[in-house]
Ligand binder design. Structure first.
Ligand code: XMP
Length: 315
């Protein structure tokens, strides 16, 4: 059943104003579609009362932190960007185990968020960009936790809020995109593909370092650019920095550098997915650009496994 988005926006704005009154509202903004649309809706309803905390963990895609900040620059809200990359990289130093990396990123995210929220004093309302499928997947209406898998660790109980508001809770993803457009969010935000909470942390195999993140950001940006100019785009597409070093040859010199894997999938629900049949000439261009533009990379491979047996992400 299609939903009247204009009407939904008006109803929610009215409801938010009624519920919130003069109080302040806190929102953890990840830059993903849902939290961004939630922020834009609240910004329209109660601009000066809205406090958005955006934790930049340094594991975003190339320029993403600035894009998120720019998207909210003219909305008259209280936008707090915390550049916490140093903290995350130092905690991740020497850690190889994927689950441990996720845990560290999740815990650190909460610590940074909490410390920032504390500075603002008591804020009675917490807004979340929970959407309808999140409620279904997390087991029913009264369970307000967004799937832990999809939220960097979730937010802590110690942040003592009187009430949680979830103005997108009746919407499917496609409606959220429509609402985002209606609220004049840029295409970069509205068409954003899913991006894991722990960010590039799950796409750098092995130890995460500043240098590796920079290599992956560049490779990923090249791949995304070459896909974005095609007429049809996969559901999700990104680069992975493997922990394999491979022999290559540049000029007359033999090299021993990193292997980048490219992943692109088509899916309806992300529970199962098929790898995308990207034309070889596109893959060739991407591989050529990555190996010429990024000196630390010697080889590019394309992942041709579907889900199952492989997951979408490599970690
Ligand atoms: P998998 O790798 O489980 O991915 O096949 C399915 C979808 O979930 C995303 N994903 C995550 N999202 N935190 C998130 O917020 C995570 O830790 C995480 N791991 C996977 C993945 O990008 C894909 O869209």
């Amino acid at each position: 059943m299609s939903i009247d988005i204009k009407k939904y926006e008006e109803e929610q704005i009215k409801k938010i104003r009624e519920v919130v009154g003069e109080s302040r509202v806190l929102l953890g903004l990840s830059g993903g579609l849902d939290s961004s649309v939630c922020a834009a809706l609240l910004a329209k309803a109660i601009p000066e009362q809205l406090f958005c905390i955006f934790v930049d963990h340094g594991l975003m895609r190339l320029n993403e932190g600035d894009e998120v900040e720019a998207a909210f620059a003219n909305r008259n809200i209280n936008f707090i960007r915390v550049n916490a990359a140093d903290r995350f990289f130092s905690k991740l130093s020497g850690v190889i185990d994927p689950e441990e990396k996720r845990k560290i990123i999740g815990t650190e995210f909460i610590r940074v968020f909490e410390a920032e929220a504390k500075k603002l004093g008591k804020i009675p309302f917490l807004a979340q960009g929970t959407i309808y499928p999140d409620i279904i997947e997390s087991g029913g209406k009264n369970n307000h936790l967004v799937k832990s898998h999809h939220n960097v660790g979730g937010l802590p109980d110690s942040l003592d809020f009187e009430q949680i508001i979830e103005p997108l809770a009746k919407l499917y993803k496609s409606d959220v995109r429509k609402l985002g457009k209606q609220l004049e969010l840029s295409d970069v935000i509205v068409n954003r593909q899913p991006f894991p909470g722990p960010g590039l942390g799950v796409r750098i195999i092995g130890e995460v370092t500043v240098g590796k993140a920079a290599v992956l950001q560049q490779a990923d940006a090249i791949f995304r650019h070459e896909i974005d100019i095609l007429s049809e785009r996969p559901s999700q597409y990104f680069a992975v920095l493997t922990d394999t070093l491979s022999v290559g040859i540049k000029g007359t010199t033999r090299t021993h550098d990193a292997v980048i894997a490219l992943r692109a999938i088509n899916t309806e629900d992300f529970m199962t997915a098929s790898f995308t049949r990207i034309p070889f000439d596109v893959l060739e261009r991407v591989a050529s650009r990555i190996t010429t533009e990024i000196p630390q990379v010697s080889r590019v491979v394309y992942d041709i496994t579907s889900k199952p047996p492989s997951t979408v992400e490599w970690q």
